[in-house]
Write a protein that binds this ligand. Structure first.
Ligand SMILES: N[C@@H](CCC(=O)N[C@@H](CS)C(=O)NCC(=O)O)C(=O)O
Length: 202
């Protein structure tokens, strides 16, 4: 497998999951400002929307969308411990949280909060929505360590996206459980490896 990623982007979630299951994979860094891959090729020729993550399987097929890639990677692990067995309540909970992170968090931050040209009124509306979602997650985390009970691919995704608040100077102080959650996930050995490989930690 080959993962196309950009340091700290949403592709980090897939990178973490690949390491968590002990997969063998190559990684190719993409410069999102220039839309070029590390070998200089035009990333638009590789990815239909020019987005990371893109996962190329060993049969050469190329796939995108964080939530879909995370489900696939978790299923590659025979124990399916990061997602749960088919038709189980755990699997439903993990997929539920993947959809939540994708639609309620990821697509609020990106594009709105990443783009400097976003109007103040739009920015405020997005931040208000995130405030509600962060408060909901904070309340949940006061009762349990991870989103779907045990650690899952939904946590790799939520960690990646919630952590963007730190890059964007969005205060996390009102959500103490979110903060301790980020710290807890950041301590996982495979997460440390992924952060180091992307140049995000020493
Ligand atoms: N719907 C896609 C969105 C992926 C996405 O937003 N990727 C961002 C990085 S986090 C990107 O590659 N942006 C490049 C661009 O906008 O040109 C998914 O969930 O995987």
């Amino acid at each position: 497998m080959k993962l196309y990623y950009a340091p700290g982007a949403c592709s980090l979630a897939v990178h973490i999951a690949l390491r968590e299951i002990g997969a063998t994979f190559d990684s190719v860094a993409v410069d999102l400002a220039k839309h070029t891959a590390a070998d200089g090729s035009d990333f638009h020729d590789i990815s239909p929307r020019g987005y990371v993550p893109l996962l190329q399987l060993d049969d050469g097929s190329r796939h995108t969308e964080v939530a879909a890639l995370l489900q696939h990677v978790a299923d590659l692990d025979p124990g399916q411990s990061l997602i749960g067995a088919l038709a189980s309540a755990r699997r439903l909970a993990v997929i539920e949280w993947l959809a939540f992170v994708s639609t309620e968090l990821h697509k609020a931050f990106s594009p709105w909060l990443w783009h400097k040209e976003t109007a103040d009124s739009t920015r405020r509306a997005v931040e208000d929505k995130l405030d509600l979602r962060f408060a909901e997650m904070d309340a949940l985390r006061s009762r349990q360590d991870y989103l779907a009970g045990e650690y899952s691919v939904a946590d790799a995704y939520a960690f990646t996206i919630v952590n963007w608040a730190n890059f964007l100077a969005l205060p996390l102080a009102p959500y103490p459980h979110q903060q301790s959650y980020l710290a807890r996930v950041a301590e996982r050995p495979r997460v440390v490896e992924a952060l180091r490989a992307e140049g995000l930690a020493k």
